[in-house]
Write a protein that binds this ligand. Structure first.
Ligand code: ATP
Length: 308
C-alpha cells in the first residue's frame, strides 16, 4: 500500500428533487421512483490523507450530528476500498460539512461520492467510471447522482440515471430545520397515509423535462412536485407554514426537498433569492436559511495536496 500523494480534496454537491414520483412499496421493501435530481452549489468538502490508523474529523455547523466511525458513509467507502484494493490503506479523513444532516439533500451521499473520487486518486487505484458507479450504487441510491451532478432523471431506486437537458441557472433558497427527518420514517408514513389507496407506478415527468428545457423558472415552478411531501408534513406539520410563508414572501414555487424537512424555494433571480432569505429569516419559520444555484457539477477534485 502506497499513496501517490500526501492528500486529495474533493468537493461534492447537495441535491434537490425537482419532482419525486413514488410508487407502491415492493416485496423487497423499496418503492420504485421516477425523480428529477438537480445538484446545487451547496457543497461538502472531503480531504483524505494516508495514515497509520483510521481517523475521521468533521467540521462545519452540522459536525456534531455526523458519525465519525464506520457508519459514516464516506468512511465506509474508504474502508471498503482498503479491503478490496491492494494499493489502498487507512486514511485520515476530514469532512467539512455545509450540507444539512438528515435534511433530504443527500449530505451523507455527497460525502460518500467525494470519498470514492478521493480514495481512487490518493492511492492511484485507476478505477473505471463503471467501478465508481457500482460502488456508489452499493453505498446508497443517491450516491450515483452525486457523482454525476447536473440534472438527471432517476428511475428504479433513483440510481438508474439519464441526463436531462437543462437551460439556464436556477436560484434556490433552502429553509432548514434543526431537527432532521429520517428517510425510512418518511417512507413508512407515506405507506401509512396510502394504506387502502391504489398507488400508481410513477410516470416519466414530461412536464418537468419540458420546463427544464425552456429555461423559464416560472415554468419550472409550476412543475415542482413531491409525492413524499404529504408524509413529511404529516411528521412535521410546521413545514406547511414554512411553505406558505415562502410563497407569500415572493418565491415562485416551493417543495419539500426529498424526504425533508428542508424546504426548497425557487426564485426568479439572485436578487429575489436574497429578498426571500431576509423574509424567511425575519418570519422565524426556519432554523436557518441558505441560498444556492443549480445545476452544479458532480463530485470533483479541487486540489491534490503536494506537501505533507
Ligand atoms: P437523503 O436525502 O439521501 O435521504 P439526507 O440528506 O436526508 O439523505 P443525510 O444527511 O445523508 O440525510 O444523513 C442521514 C443519516 O446518515 C444521518 O442522520 C447520519 O447519522 C448518517 N450519516 C452517515 N454518514 C454521514 C455523513 N457523511 N454525513 C451526514 N450524515 C451521515
Amino acid at each position: 500500500m502506497a499513496a501517490k500523494q500526501p492528500g486529495v480534496t474533493v468537493r461534492a454537491p447537495a441535491k434537490v428533487n425537482l419532482c419525486l414520483g413514488v410508487g407502491p412499496v415492493q416485496g423487497d421493501g423499496y418503492h420504485p421512483l421516477a425523480t428529477v435530481f438537480h445538484a446545487v452549489d451547496l457543497t461538502d468538502t472531503v480531504t483524505v490523507r494516508p495514515s497509520k490508523r483510521w481517523e475521521c474529523t468533521v467540521t462545519g455547523p452540522y459536525a456534531d450530528r455526523v458519525p465519525t466511525g464506520g457508519s459514516n458513509l464516506a468512511m465506509r467507502v474508504a474502508q471498503r476500498l482498503a479491503d478490496e484494493c491492494f494499493e489502498a490503506g487507512p486514511v485520515s479523513m476530514t469532512i467539512d460539512k455545509s450540507i444539512p444532516v438528515a435534511g433530504g439533500m443527500a449530505g451523507g451521499s455527497a460525502d460518500a461520492a467525494a470519498a470514492i473520487i478521493a480514495i481512487d486518486q490518493l492511492f492511484d487505484l485507476q478505477l473505471t467510471k463503471l467501478d465508481h458507479q457500482e460502488l456508489a450504487t452499493d453505498i446508497g441510491a443517491d450516491v450515483p447522482f452525486i457523482l454525476a451532478g447536473g440534472t438527471a432523471l432517476g428511475t428504479g431506486r433513483g440510481d438508474q440515471l439519464a441526463p436531462v437537458l437543462t437551460t439556464g441557472r436556477y436560484e434556490w433558497v433552502f429553509a432548514l430545520q434543526d431537527d432532521g427527518l429520517s428517510t425510512p420514517a418518511v417512507y413508512a408514513e407515506f405507506d401509512r397515509l396510502n394504506k387502502g389507496r391504489k398507488v400508481p407506478l410513477p410516470q416519466a415527468p414530461e412536464e418537468m423535462i419540458a420546463a427544464l428545457r425552456s429555461g423559464d423558472p416560472r415554468e419550472l415552478a409550476g412543475a415542482l412536485s413531491n409525492d413524499l411531501q404529504e408524509a413529511a408534513i404529516s411528521l412535521m406539520p410546521k413545514l406547511q407554514k414554512t411553505i406558505d410563508t415562502g410563497l407569500a414572501e415572493g418565491a415562485l414555487g416551493a417543495i419539500v426537498s426529498g424526504s425533508g424537512p428542508t424546504v426548497a424555494f425557487l426564485c426568479a433571480d439572485r436578487a429575489a433569492a436574497l429578498d426571500l432569505m431576509v423574509g424567511l429569516t425575519a418570519s422565524g419559520v426556519a432554523d436557518d436559511v441558505v441560498s444556492a444555484g443549480g445545476p452544479h457539477p458532480g463530485a470533483r477534485v479541487v486540489s491534490n495536496i503536494r506537501t505533507v
